[in-house]
Design a protein around this ligand. Structure first.
Ligand code: HEM
Ligand code: HEM
Length: 183
């Protein structure tokens, strides 16, 4: 089933979740590796090209995801009331960090007034330029928000494993397979 219910995720939310998780981890690793490259390395230019193209794709995917979340219901978090509250806050924080990281990345890349070419397929225009020290400030924000995002995601993964192995509830199963009936 494509849509979520109050008890389970539909396949669209599941597919976007796991694709986003892969892209976030890949972007972090690629971004970190980019810093180690010397000017004469062919990846000195190619790395940022992939990083920015994938990053903008993730931004578009996250906008679709947010619209979809708004349109369908979200499954009710499982567990004790502190766990349910924690899940709502935790997911909210992850969404916020995703947007801060991607928007700051956009602001680094467009600080010089040039747009971003996405896979040489289309170009995202530079809309906000000329903030004093834009590239440096956005760069700092990008690094700390990306770091906070992967730390939050790691805590989030541990919480999912706790639900699965300790509480033995359907939290992880319903993010893996889409069905209404989870034993
Ligand atoms: C969730 C998505 C993203 C993650 C986890 C991520 C992560 C990172 C990391 C770890 C670095 C290296 C550290 C740094 O210099 O800040 C980096 C650098 C960079 N990222 Fe991202 N990034 C993401 C999305 C984006 C997007 C959407 C763009 C722009 C379209 C972007 C543009 C850049 C640029 C231009 C750099 C090089 C900055 C520099 O050399 O100082 N990133 N990113
Ligand atoms: C970078 C990696 C990840 C990011 C950014 C991420 C992000 C998110 C977000 C934003 C939600 C809320 C979905 C909604 O709108 O309802 C969510 C749900 C979920 N995630 Fe992740 N996630 C990541 C990795 C993982 C991993 C590795 C696991 C498993 C080990 C996992 C397991 C789950 C589960 C089980 C849910 C559903 C929670 C519930 O039903 O209350 N996630 N994730």
């Amino acid at each position: 089933m494509i849509k979520n219910t109050t008890a389970s995720y539909g396949w669209l939310a599941i597919a976007i979740h796991w694709l986003s998780a892969l892209l976030v981890i890949g972007l972090f690793a690629l971004g970190y590796w980019m810093l180690t490259l010397s000017y004469y390395d062919p990846w000195y230019r190619l790395g940022p090209w992939w990083h920015k193209s994938i990053g903008i794709s993730l931004l578009l995917l996250t906008l679709v995801r947010s619209a979809w979340k708004f349109y369908t219901v979200s499954p009710k978090p499982l567990g004790a009331s502190w766990e349910q509250k924690g899940a709502r806050w935790g997911h909210g924080i992850i969404y916020a960090l995703l947007f801060v990281t991607m928007i700051s990345g956009y602001l680094i890349s467009t600080a010089d007034g040039r747009g971003i070419s996405v896979f040489d397929w289309f170009e995202v225009p530079a809309l906000i330029t000329g903030i004093p020290n834009q590239e440096d400030i956005a760069g700092e924000v990008h690094w700390y928000s990306a770091l906070a995002l992967v730390i939050a995601a790691a805590g989030h993964a541990l919480a999912a494993l706790k639900h699965h192995f300790i509480n033995r509830d359907a939290t992880l199963k319903r993010m893996l397979v889409s069905k209404t009936d989870h034993d």
